[in-house]
Ligand binder design. Structure first.
Ligand SMILES: [Zn+2]
Length: 426
C-alpha cells in the first residue's frame, strides 16, 4: 500500500510545500491509526475517516460537509500542537493555496454577516434547480440568505432575499406564488425590517449588490432611500413592468437611484478562470463574473481575514451535492485520490464525483445550464480550498448551523457540525 502511496503522491512545488504536505499526511495517519487501534489499518480506514463518503447506493444520505473536511487538519490534537509553532503559521500563510488562484495578498478585510430572510419550498419542481431528482424528492426546501458587508469606508448588502408581499412582484413572478410553485413560511420579516431591528439604519446602506435580478435576491428596493446605490452585472435585463409586460423587474426596482453596471470586460484580474474586479482597490472585496444562471449573474470573494475568504456564491448552485464531492476536493485531502486507484475500494473514483448537476430541464431556473455548470466548476475549486468558505444563497445544509447576524462570519468550526455529518439528498 505504502509503495503505491509514495508513487502517487503529488509532486511538491518546493521544500516548504513538501514539509507542510508531509506534516499533513503524518497528522492524518496518526489520527486514523489511533482511532482504529487493534484493527487492521487499511486504505479503507483512511478513506472513511478522512473523506466524506457519499452513500450513493442508498441514495439518501451524503457525507460531504466541508467542515468535516476541514476538521482533518486544524482540529486534530497533533496538528494543533504543530500549528502553535509560529514558523509553521508563516509557512501556511506564505504558501496558502488561494495564492494559486491568482488572488493577491492584502491585509485589508471586510466583515460579513448573514441574514436568513425567509424559508421557502419549491413545490413539485425541484427539477427547476437540480438534477437528477430522486423519487419522492420532487419538492425542495430552501433558505433565502442575504449578506451585510462592511468595509472601513462603506456598508452594503449582497442580495436582499424576498420582498414580504410577493404578490406585488411583477405579474410574471407573482404567478409563481399564486400557482403554488413557490411557498413561503409566513409571516417573515423582509431584509429592511431585519436590518432596522438589528440597529442598522437603511440610510447607512451605501449600496445594494444584486448577484442577479431573480425575485428572491432583489428584495424591495423602494424601501431603501434613494441615496442607496444599486450595483448589477452589466448583462442584467433591466426591462421593467409595465412597459414590458413579461418583465420580471418593476419600475420601482430601479427608479430614483444610481444604478451602476459592473462590466467585466474591464476586469484585469482572473481567479480560477473567473474574471474579477477589485471593488475597493485594496484587495478586501472582489466581484467575480460567474455567468449562466441569469444574464448578469455575479458572485463575490470577501476577504474576512488577511488569509481567508467568504465566497458569496449567489445561485451558482442550490444544493451542496452539486459542488461536492469532486476531484478538486480531493486536493484538499491528505492523500490524493489517485493514491487509491487499483486498490480494493472499487468505488473510490465515484467518491469524487459530484452527486448533482444544475438543472437543464426546459423549466430550469438556469437560463444557460451549460455555462452555469462551467461557472460552478470554477466556484467549486474555491469551495475545495480550506481558506475559502463558499456561501450560496440557498444552502439548506447551512440553514440551522450558520452564525446569523449579529454574529460575524469568518468560518465554521467543525464542532458546529457535530452530529451533522450527513445531509439529506433532497
Ligand atoms: Zn435564488
Amino acid at each position: 500500500m505504502f509503495v503505491g502511496l509514495v508513487s502517487e503522491l503529488p509532486r511538491p512545488a518546493s521544500a516548504l510545500h513538501l514539509l507542510f504536505f508531509l506534516l499533513t499526511v503524518w497528522d492524518c495517519l496518526f489520527t486514523v491509526s489511533a482511532e482504529f487501534v487493534g484493527e487492521q489499518f487499511s486504505a479503507s480506514h483512511v478513506l472513511v475517516h478522512c473523506i466524506p463518503r457519499p452513500e450513493i447506493s442508498t441514495g439518501h444520505s451524503i457525507y460531504l460537509n466541508k467542515a468535516r473536511l476541514a476538521s482533518v487538519r486544524p482540529h486534530q490534537p497533533s496538528m494543533r500542537l504543530l500549528s502553535s509553532l509560529s514558523f509553521l503559521l508563516v509557512v501556511r500563510e506564505t504558501y496558502a493555496s488561494w495564492l494559486d488562484f491568482g488572488i493577491p495578498p492584502s491585509s485589508e478585510t471586510v466583515d460579513v454577516r448573514v441574514f436568513n430572510v425567509a424559508n421557502g419550498t419549491v413545490v413539485n419542481a425541484a427539477n427547476t434547480l437540480i438534477s437528477p431528482i430522486l423519487p419522492g424528492r420532487e419538492s425542495i426546501a430552501v433558505p433565502i440568505f442575504a449578506f451585510l458587508v462592511e468595509h472601513k469606508r462603506s456598508r452594503f448588502m449582497f442580495d436582499l432575499g424576498f420582498r414580504t408581499d410577493p404578490l406585488n412582484f411583477a405579474p410574471s413572478v407573482a404567478s409563481l406564488f399564486t400557482t403554488g410553485v413557490i411557498q413561503l413560511e409566513e409571516p417573515f420579516k423582509g431584509i429592511t425590517e431585519l436590518l432596522q431591528d438589528g440597529g442598522i439604519p437603511l440610510d447607512s446602506i451605501d449600496a445594494v449588490i444584486w448577484s442577479h435580478s431573480h425575485f428572491d435576491h432583489i428584495g424591495d428596493m423602494s424601501k431603501f432611500p434613494n441615496t442607496t446605490e444599486l450595483i448589477i452585472g452589466s448583462e442584467t435585463d433591466t426591462q421593467t413592468f409595465p412597459d414590458f409586460p413579461n418583465a420580471t423587474l418593476q419600475t420601482s426596482d430601479l427608479a430614483g437611484r444610481q444604478v451602476t453596471k459592473i462590466d467585466f470586460a474591464a476586469a484585469n484580474l482572473t481567479f480560477s478562470g473567473l474574471k474579477a474586479i477589485d471593488y475597493f482597490g485594496d484587495g478586501s472585496f472582489y466581484l467575480l463574473n460567474t455567468p449562466g444562471h441569469l444574464p448578469g449573474h455575479m458572485t463575490a470573494l470577501a476577504r474576512v481575514t488577511p488569509t481567508s475568504f467568504i465566497g458569496l456564491g449567489g445561485d451558482t448552485f442550490h444544493h451542496v451535492g452539486e459542488a461536492r464531492p469532486r476531484p478538486s476536493v480531493s486536493e484538499e485531502l491528505p492523500l490524493s485520490c489517485a493514491s487509491f486507484r487499483g486498490g480494493k475500494d472499487v468505488h473510490i473514483d465515484r467518491l469524487f464525483l459530484q452527486l448533482l448537476a444544475v438543472s437543464d430541464q426546459p423549466n430550469s431556473f438556469y437560463a444557460d445550464p451549460v455555462t452555469s455548470q462551467v461557472s460552478l466548476e470554477k466556484i467549486a475549486t474555491f469551495d475545495a480550498d480550506p481558506d475559502i468558505w463558499v456561501l450560496v444563497a440557498h444552502d439548506m445544509s447551512l440553514r440551522d448551523v450558520i452564525p446569523y447576524y449579529p454574529a460575524y462570519s469568518e468560518r465554521l468550526e467543525s464542532e458546529q457540525f457535530e452530529g451533522e455529518d450527513s445531509v439529506e439528498l433532497c
